[in-house]
Each structure stands twice: as C-alpha cells, then as structure tokens.
Design a protein around this ligand. Structure first.
Ligand code: NAD
Ligand code: UDX
Length: 467
C-alpha cells in the first residue's frame, strides 16, 4: 500500500473540519490541508483568536495544537488536490430542492463538482475517499467522472469512509470511535488503497475497530445506521404520546425497556423531535433509493420515521396552545434553546425552528435564548434564508442574551434544547418574574417536574400524563 504523507480534505464544514483536524493531531508525520471555496469559513478556521466557524467541545485545543504545524486551512483547492496522495471529499449533500427526486434525493452536485476538479488538476495517482454521506453506488459515478477526465498515468482508487461522529461530541467520537468503516472495490488495487487509509487511522485506533467491507455495503451502512438511530427516536416519541394519554411515564418506560441488553439504553430519550443535518436528509435519501429500486413498501416503512418526527413537533406545539386555554395570541412565550441538540451551535432542521414558526402563526410574541446560536443564525432560520421579510419576523420575535431575560414577563417557557445550564437556572426567580399562571413546557425532559410544580408552575412534560 501507498504510504500517505499528504492529505487534502475538500470541505471545511462540520465533518471535514473536526475529522481532518483530529487526523493531523494524531498523525504529526502527515501534512493535512483542509480546503473550501467559502473564504469566510476558511478565515474563521485561521482566526488568530481561534474563534472557529463551528462550536464543538475540545475542537479548539486540537486546532491549537497543530494549526501551522501539519494542519492548514486554505481556499487553494487546486493546489491542495495537486499535492495530496489522499483526498477526502467532505462536501455537503443536502436534500434536492427541485428537479427529479426533489424533497427526497441527495443533491450530488457538490460531489460532482469536487470530483471533476480532482480529475482536472491531478497530475499523479490519488486515493479519493468519499467522506460525505451519499446514496449507494455514488462511488461508481465518481469513478466514471474521474476515469473519463484523468490525465495519462493518473490512477484513482475510490474508497467509501462514512463518518459516524455526532455533533456536540465530535472530538470524543473521533478520538475513540466505535468503528471506522472503509469500503473498497475487492480488486488488488482497491484493497491496497483500503490498507493505506486503514494505516492512517491505525495511528490511534485499534485495528479491530477498523472494518473493511465492499464499497456498496459501506455506502449503504451509513444510511442504514442513521435510519436505525432515528427510528429509535421516532419509536420512543410515538410511545410518548401513548404515555401522555395513559398516565405512564416515558422516562420510566425507556428505562425499563433499555435494561434489555438486546435493546440497550442509548438513544431512547423522548423529545420534541429529532433535528440535525443528517437524520431527515439521510432517511429521505434512503426512501428515494427504495422507490428507485421499486420497493414501495420498504420506502413507506422508512418514511414513517420522518412522518412520526413531524407529528411529534406538531403535537407538542398543539399541546402548548391547548394548555394555555386554546390561545396564545398576544402571549409571550420564552423558547430556551434553538440548536438541534446541546453542545452545538448548529440549527439545521432544529425542532425549535418548527416550534417558533407555529407560535408565530398563532401570533404569539416569542423570545429566544440559546447559549451558542447567534441572533443572525436565528434570523436566517426564521426568515427561511431571506424568503420572509426580516421585519415581519422581528415584529414578534426577540433574541435574548440570557435565559432569565428571555423568560422575564412571559406567560410560558418552552424547553426546546437540552442545554445543561437550563437545569440549574434559578427557577423560583424566573417564576417570580413571569405572568401568572406561569407555564413550563419541557420538550426535552430535563427539568425537575416536582420541584417546578412546588414553586407554582403549571408543568407539561413530553411523555408524562396527568398524575
Ligand atoms: P457543511 O455544509 O458544514 O460543509 C461542507 C463544506 O463543503 C462547505 O463549507 C462548502 O463550502 C464546501 N464545499 C462544497 N463544495 C465544495 C467544492 N467543490 N470545493 C470546496 N469546498 C466545497 O456540511 P457537513 O455537515 O460537514 O457535512 C458534509 C457531509 O458529511 C455531508 O454529506 C453530510 O451528510 C455528512 N455527514 C455530516 C455529519 C454531521 O454531523 N454534520 C455527520 C456525518 C456525515
Ligand atoms: C447523527 C448520528 O448520531 C451520527 O452518528 C451521524 O454521523 C450524524 O447524524 P447528529 O445529528 O450530530 O448525529 O446528532 P445526534 O446525537 O444523533 O442527535 C440527532 C437528533 O436526535 C438531535 O436533535 C437529538 O436531540 C435527537 N435525539 C437524540 C433525541 O431526541 N433522543 C435521543 O435519544 C437521541
């Protein structure tokens, strides 16, 4: 196998940035360059004060340790490609907005453009690694593009190496992954390329956690893993509705079923609905794949996971309105948390966006607080990236600097993200500052319900019926 000395990563986002920073950190003998077309993003990665473009616990320390040593961030995409022996393609693959498969299929335009660039500027053989999440058999399209445009003497081996990190725990996940998956063609050169990449990871990951499989299994495993994970959340959320109508308690049910070692206790936390850039997109992508393969029953099965998630968000919003005497018009609602989960500033597909849109439609006044999400991001999300005039959103939405400020004078507090700091707020002080009756809606099951009731709050928690 080729010994990898120079790596370039195309795409300096939530995946490319942390993943390749950790490779540089763990492999001081390898030069790692992360490139992106987005100048502002690269500038932020190079910021002298280390105000990096993404918030991820532990990331700053990793970048501090190796930026300028063997880790570089640049917009010189062509130069990065030309110099590298191994290229990670870590560009975005969002759901298509128009055309064939709109609303379901992955938009592979960024993958194709990056692949064409690789073919165009490469003057030596390369190992090209799909890091982005892609539909099954995308590697074949990449191979066709590369082979049709390659310079003489340049060979390309394509690997699939999907990323399983979760945001908020990316560095932890990258330091000690459950597994690293590498898919390759089962040809001699495919297997050798797989070995080259495995040798990079073996610098810090035990060999028995580095799995080699066929290309198509690797591509499909990524979609399958996300579909199975999201399915657990939709299952527990579906059961939370049953709990609310029966007096059963969803945390107790999750505890009881999670003790079965065949089920396991993780990923059984009921919530206001899953968000994030991956689950919905990847399941819809799988649904589209199943439809294309003429497997409508299979497509319908996986689609139900996304439908249940939409139902959960709608159900929660409706519960807020119903509980507050069937109207929230003119009432002030504090929304605590806007990120799709704690420990990230990412808001992609966050349930909070849907909730705030529902509250706005009911003409409530909403005040939002999140420790990591900036006001400009919140406005982009609520204006649907400029589609809705900012003034119309600003009329009934304010962004607060602290949780207490957001709650001051409100009729209700809604917990949309499970940030730890919300557990230790001075809830008595918040109660005193609110209009009465003061409502709390815990969409993340993180607050001490009994303690809040004792203070005087009217508490509604997902998956808990009237006691
Ligand atoms: P992102 O949008 O944060 O980053 C992608 C970056 O690629 C952007 O900065 C964009 O400017 C850049 N880019 C696009 N085309 C380019 C080109 N031709 N040349 C150079 N740069 C280009 O996306 P992300 O969240 O990092 O996700 C990347 C991929 O990883 C997706 O396929 C996603 O499904 C997958 N993934 C994401 C996560 C996650 O938690 N976010 C986890 C696992 C896998
Ligand atoms: C997910 C996968 O976990 C990861 O392996 C993959 O690489 C990318 O997609 P991510 O979206 O970053 O990661 O976060 P994750 O922790 O999976 O949470 C996704 C959503 O599900 C969040 O909104 C979270 O709050 C919600 N969730 C998670 C629940 O509602 N209940 C749970 O028990 C777990």
């Amino acid at each position: 196998p080729v010994e990898v000395k120079k790596i370039v990563c195309i795409g300096a986002g939530y995946v490319g940035g942390p993943t390749c920073s950790v490779i540089a950190f763990k492999c001081p003998h390898i030069q790692v360059t992360i490139v992106d077309l987005n100048q502002a993003r690269i500038d932020a990665w190079n910021d002298p004060e280390f105000n990096l473009p993404i918030y991820e616990p532990g990331l700053v320390d990793v970048v501090k340790a190796c930026r300028g040593r063997n880790l570089f961030f640049s917009t010189e995409v062509d130069k990065g490609i030309a110099e590298a022996d191994l290229i990670f393609v870590s560009v975005n693959t969002p759901t298509k907005k128009s055309g064939l498969g709109a609303g379901f299929a992955a938009d592979l335009n960024y993958i194709e453009l990056a692949t064409r660039r690789i073919a165009e500027v490469s003057t030596s053989s390369k190992i090209v690694v799909e890091k982005s999440t892609v539909p099954c058999r995308t590697a074949e399209s990449m191979r066709t593009i590369l082979e049709a445009n390659a310079k003489p003497g340049c060979n390309f081996d394509i690997l699939s190496n999907p990323e399983f990190l979760a945001e908020g725990t990316a560095i932890e996940d990258l330091f000690a992954p459950d597994r690293v998956l590498i898919g390759s063609l089962q040809s001699a050169s495919g297997k050798s390329a797989c070995e080259s990449l495995a040798n990079v990871y073996a610098n810090w990951i035990p060999r028995d956690r580095i799995l080699s499989v066929g290309l198509w299994s690797s591509e499909l495993s990524k979609l399958a893993a996300n579909a199975m994970l999201a399915q657990r959340i939709s299952s527990i959320n579906a059961l939370s509705a049953v709990c609310e109508s029966t007096g059963a308690n969803i945390d107790e049910v999750a505890y009881a079923i999670g003790k079965d070692s065949r089920l396991g206790s993780k990923f059984l936390k009921a919530s206001v609905g899953f968000g994030g850039s991956c689950f919905q997109k990847d399941i819809l992508n799988l649904v589209y794949l199943c439809e294309s393969l003429h497997l409508p029953a299979v497509a319908k099965y996986w689609h139900a996971v996304v439908e249940m998630n939409e139902h959960q968000k709608d159900r929660f919003s409706k519960k807020v309105v119903d509980t507050m005497f069937n109207t929230i018009t003119g009432k002030k609602i504090a929304v605590l948390g806007f990120a799709f989960k704690k420990d990230t500033g990412d808001t992609r597909e966050s349930a909070a966006i849907t909730l705030v849109n529902h509250f706005r439609a009911e003409r409530a006044h909403v005040s939002i607080y999140d420790p990591e999400v900036t006001e400009s991001t919140i406005m982009l999300d609520l204006t649907n990236y400029g589609e809705i005039p900012a003034e119309s959103v600003q009329k009934n939405v304010k962004v607060a600097k602290t949780a207490e400020d957001a709650c001051y004078g409100s009729n209700a507090v809604v917990i949309a993200t499970e940030w730890d700091e919300f557990k230790t707020l001075d809830w008595q002080k918040i109660y005193d500052s609110m209009d009465k009756p003061a409502f709390v809606f815990d969409g993340r099951l993180i607050l001490d319900r009994e303690a809040l009731i004792k203070i005087g709050f009217k508490v509604t928690t997902i998956g808990t019926g009237a006691i």
